[in-house]
Design a protein around this ligand. Structure first.
Ligand code: CO
Length: 224
């Protein structure tokens, strides 16, 4: 569906974005005259994507999917924390209204947010957001402290940030209630490589309440 034959050969300007939109509409209609008629009728994406805001990791393009295929939530360094009303709203809507069957947390190697969280510089408001990743670092300090090579340690923290994200999703009543109701829902952790364009499945998929430690388990809500 991508109409561009070359990438980044022209300057991006405010005007070029609007021009690009017209080109995309024309190319899309040429390929599929009913495309917008179909999509405007509604969405039923089977997947929720929680990824990094990084401009180089667009969910649809790197998975070769189209508009309508993936419900997307992105923030700096794909952090999943329970106090994030934005993430919780997206998750609740995706799981309970759209009824997605998969939630994918996708990080990426070379993530500037994760790198900043490993360092001690101040960057502004974002420091407070990235502190969540410092908590992940502290939680896995024993493993990380044993990795002498900084790049390898950085890569591992990118992975651990995704794994904690998957774990944090399973702690939510949203996910646990879905599972208690016998609905199919897989929570997955992936990492994308900017170097190769390839995605690695970290194989930390959760699909039931069985492996959630008791302190994080919520009892089924009684119907009133
Ligand atoms: Co990033």
């Amino acid at each position: 569906m991508c109409a561009k034959s070359t990438l980044h050969t022209h300057e991006i300007t405010y005007e070029s974005l609007l021009e690009g939109n017209k080109e995309w509409v024309a190319a899309t209609l040429a390929e599929d005259p009913t495309f917008f008629d179909r999509l405007s009728a509604g969405q039923k994406p089977p997947v929720l994507w929680i990824g990094c805001s990084d401009s180089r990791v667009p969910a649809n393009q790197i998975t070769n999917t189209n508009p309508g295929d993936i419900f997307v939530h992105r923030n700096i360094a794909n952090v999943v924390v329970h106090t994030d009303m934005n993430m919780l709203s997206v998750l609740d809507y995706a799981v309970n209204v759209l009824e997605v069957e998969h939630v994918i947390v996708c990080g990426h190697y070379g993530c500037g947010g994760v790198q900043a969280a490993m360092a001690n510089s101040q960057f502004g408001i974002i420091d407070n957001w990235l502190r969540n990743i410092k908590d992940t670092y502290r939680l896995h300090n024993d493993e990380l402290a044993n990795i002498a090579d900084e790049k390898t340690r950085f890569d591992r923290l990118v992975e651990l940030n995704v794994i904690e994200g998957v774990f944090n999703l399973t702690k939510t009543s949203i996910v646990q209630n879905r599972w208690s109701n016998g609905k199919k829902l897989g929570i997955h952790g992936w990492v994308y490589s900017l170097q190769t364009g390839l995605i690695t499945d970290l194989k930390v998929t959760s699909q039931s309440n069985d492996n959630i430690s008791s302190v994080f388990r919520v009892h089924e809500k009684k119907e009133s």
